[in-house]
Design a binder for this molecule. Sequence first.
Ligand code: AFP
Length: 331
Amino acid sequence: MSITLPQYLLNAVQKQEIDNDLAVLISSVAQLSKVINDKVTHGALAGVLGFAGTDNVQGEHQKKLDVLSNEIFVHGVEWTGAVAGMASEEMDDCLPTPKQFRRGEYLITFDPLDGSSNIDINAPIGTIFSITKAPQGEITNESFLIPGKEQVAAGYVMYSPQTIMTFSFGKGVVMFTLNMNTGDYILTKENFTIAPSTEEFAINMSNMRHWAKPVKQYVLDLLAGKDGPLGKNYNMRWVAAMVAEVHRVLCRGGIFMYPWDNRKPEQPGKLRLMYEANPMAFLIEQAGGAASTGKIRILDVVPEKLHQRVPVFLGAKEEVERVVRYHQELS
Ligand code: AFP
């Protein structure tokens, strides 16, 4: 018999693995993802493709779906009584829960639509979310600066041939597939274990000349194949949406990388800590993998700014550990 998301969450509450508010919050993300999914799947027919004509705090041109997905996410969560506030890639500052709604005990940070450059070419995109306990007192940007190891739950929804919601609240990783006919998310995979070694890597090779020496040498060694120092041939993938890369790593292993490069040397990397690196690192570790900045464990990074960026190396533990050694020996 298939298990629906509400049944799974109710069971977790009854086993006291999560409290009712966290169950309500995760369920509200599932519900709002169906609205985003509807817009994504209708694309041009819903008039949601193309640019919005605005820029976000990252200085990126926002797509119409970026802005719309952010609005859908905010309105899908703010009423639940489960959150004290939220923060988004698409909002300069955090949003404390409006006074007309009950303040809850959680904070949620999210990237409402990750992979925006894929929207207009009908390639995979997704929603990423991270949940932590809210501190007491007024909710400000500083309230969100909590290390990733203190997340209570994290996950993503991937909009692709299937719409799949993946999350963890610390008891392993679970995946639910959306039944487009009934609107139910059905449990389709659990108990993930990422193999410690791999023959598949993901990195945007067009940036190779901009990388620091440890990353450049590591990738050259990957490309050298079985006659090189790593003694095996590797395959490469690059989907240009972190959700799709992480989903692949969870499903069949591999290592995903977005390192620092000298195009914007003042930036530690492209990916954002609070709503991309931290939630994905939580999932990867829950599945037995590793996630590092190249220097330290991502979940140990102490955030200093809401939209700060970090270098990301995540996936097969042995490969991530190898990259860390390259940083130690060649930096
Ligand atoms: P966009 O949201 O601007 O498309 O960026 C997506 C992303 O943040 C992440 O999801 C991808 O893994 C990575 O950037 C792709 O970066 P490149 O476009 O430089 O390959």
